[in-house]
Design a binder for this molecule. Structure first.
Ligand code: HAM
Length: 423
């Protein structure tokens, strides 16, 4: 029989790696709490129409990357990103009636049927946030500055911030026309895909990596010339905010992103290119001031971002702190095992992590496992100890051992280990 394997592009995180995941997730949750964001949890499965309407029909995500299926006549899709679901929840629960501004964050798996490569998977995790009800541009600047600080806190210091403005709807429509007018006579030098995009989604041609497209768009008009005065003011406000916060950025007038819902502020943060190569975009984000209204809600401006956690983990040098205080309990014999279980329960109640070896193995084998786990103390309980009402506590780093009476065990452990898992 062929062994069953995980689906291509969907990876296991084994306990050896999960400590790094937890430390990055905890750092993100801390950053979010400091900036007064609260967690939202939305379903992993949403109606397919939600993504088609928000992300856009002529995008790579909707055209070819969604895991969609029909269940009892209901078209459903595994969420490829978190913004559409958050916006749907915002409208469905009429959150605008409860507070003028909502700051939400989320972490969790997303699904896109992309070609797997380093930093690009079919199931991946995003840490993201959305602000509903603040038109910016100050909160746009604060969001970008917050992200740069978060990256530094997890050991990713060499980040580059790229920003652009797509303008509001009028500017985007005008730019679309300008771009099509420029590219149509040059269509012969575009890639096949981009020639098709010329009619479906011309802005995406600016994002193509095909050398023919890169060359052809080099002298194309940029969106800057199509921006309305209010868009220009908004973008200047973002730049001033970033300047005031001391966060360096590059203005990239040809930056467009793969999702159709954006307007005005658009940004990407790149980093750790030496480790990630071309897939070095750690975060993508921007403003989507029309989405709430398009989903049937009132006119509420919004901005957000999402970071790929796998990419952050590749980029980050942070190593989590050593395993927390750990007592390994090695009982020898049935009576000893019963006493060991009771003592382990008392040690845990005091907030220290504890594992009891129930294999009935030799003392040597149990101590080998204790060292393998990185435990600080081994508690050895044998029949003689049960009789005497005491245990042997072995300090595994100092290689010293002491006899401790049963009722002093918890105090002894606390004294030796100090730092609790739970406090
Ligand atoms: P996105 O640019 O599609 O934006 O994805 C954001 C980030 O998710 C990327 O920069 C990357 O780090 C990570 N990512 C995307 N696809 C993959 C993949 N296949 N494998 C690994 N990582 C991946 C969004 O998703 C928007 N919802 C962001 C946003 C929130 N805009 C406004 N609010």
């Amino acid at each position: 029989m062929n062994p069953l394997r995980a689906v291509k592009g969907m990876n296991d995180v084994l306990p050896g790696e999960s400590a790094r995941w937890q430390s990055v997730e905890a750092a993100f949750a801390r950053t979010m709490a400091l900036h007064a964001f609260r967690e939202v949890r939305t379903p992993y499965v949403e109606p397919t129409a939600l993504f088609v309407r928000t992300i856009g029909e002529a995008t790579d995500v909707v055209e070819k990357e969604m895991y969609s299926f029909v269940h009892h006549d209901e078209p459903l899709t595994l969420r490829p990103e978190g913004t559409a679901g958050a916006a749907r929840a915002y409208v469905e629960h009429a959150v605008h009636n409860k507070e003028p501004v909502s700051r939400w964050y989320y972490m969790g798996p997303m699904f896109r049927a992309e070609r797997p490569q380093r930093g690009r998977y079919r199931q991946f995790s995003q840490a993201g946030a959305e602000i509903f009800g603040d038109p910016g541009p100050l909160c746009d600047a604060e969001m970008i500055d917050m992200l740069v600080g978060f990256f530094r806190s997890i050991g990713v210091a060499d980040t580059r911030v790229e920003i652009n403005s797509l303008g509001a709807r009028g500017a985007r429509e005008k730019y679309r026309e300008d771009l099509v007018a420029y590219l149509t006579p040059r269509a012969g030098s575009l890639s096949e895909e981009s020639r098709r995009r010329l009619t479906t989604n011309p802005l995406r041609i600016l994002d193509s990596k095909d050398p023919r497209d890169v060359e052809t768009v080099r002298a194309a008009p940029t969106i800057r010339d199509a921006l309305e005065p209010a868009d220009v003011d908004h973008f200047d406000g973002l730049c001033r905010g970033l300047d005031a916060l001391g966060t360096p950025y590059e203005v990239k007038p040809r930056l467009v992103r793969g999702l159709d819902y954006y307007s005005r502020t658009l940004f990407e943060i790149k980093g750790a290119t030496d480790k990630l190569g071309a897939g070095d975009t750690l975060v993508g984000g921007g403003r989507y001031d029309r989405m709430i209204e398009e989903l049937g809600g009132p006119s509420v401006p919004a901005i957000g971002f999402a970071a790929g956690l796998e990419r952050l983990l590749i980029a980050s040098d942070a190593t989590p702190e050593a395993a927390a205080a750990h007592v390994f309990v090695a009982p020898m014999g049935a009576a000893a095992a019963a006493m060991a279980l009771v003592l382990a329960k008392e040690i845990r109640r005091a907030g220290f992590a504890c594992e009891v070896d129930g294999r009935g193995a030799s003392l040597k084998a149990m101590l080998r496992r204790a060292s393998g786990l990185g435990a600080r103390l081994a508690m050895i309980v044998g029949d003689a100890e049960v009789e005497e009402g005491c245990v042997q506590l072995k300090d595994l780093s100092a290689q010293s051992q002491e006899k401790v009476s049963r009722d002093r065990v918890v105090a002894y452990v606390a004294d030796k280990l100090g730092q609790k898992v739970l406090s």
